[in-house]
Write a protein that binds this ligand. Structure first.
Ligand SMILES: [Zn+2]
Ligand SMILES: [Zn+2]
Length: 133
């Protein structure tokens, strides 16, 4: 037997939100998730996106990405070690592969490095391209 209509709607909304984040290959804000997921679920509301993304974080499917005091973005958990690039014009955040070699050696002698953050910023290819017209 199929679930109640509410249940079916929630399942469809959740699947759309997951699909958006899986295909994005970069961390998305709640607004970006909403905009993309509305292509398959036009009546999706922002409260549903907040609730669903929150549940996916609790389940460990998504990780929160905090950059520069901005509202958090979300990406799929379990990706290989990587850092991000933030475009100052369109404010999108992109994923970069890998890390700097020997990043720990930047610390002065005697310091024990336990973690690090690297953020590049500038213009993404879309924003760096000369404007047409
Ligand atoms: Zn850009
Ligand atoms: Zn690193």
């Amino acid at each position: 037997m199929k679930g109640a209509p509410v249940q079916r709607r929630r399942t469809r909304q959740r699947a759309a939100i997951r699909a958006v984040l899986e295909s994005a290959r970069r961390p998305l804000s709640i607004g970006e998730v909403l905009e993309s997921a509305r292509r398959s679920v036009p009546r999706l509301g922002i409260a549903t996106v907040y609730r669903t993304v929150g549940a996916l974080v609790e389940e460990g499917f998504l990780s929160q990405v905090e950059i520069g005091g901005e509202a958090p973005r979300y990406e799929i958990s379990g990706r290989a070690h990587h850092h991000h690039f933030r475009c100052r014009r369109c404010h999108r955040v992109f994923e970069m592969d890998g890390c700097l070699p020997d990043v720990r050696r930047l610390a002065p002698a005697g310091f024990v490095v336990e973690d690090h953050e690297i953020l590049l910023s500038g213009l993404c290819p879309d924003c760096a391209a000369p404007r047409r017209g």
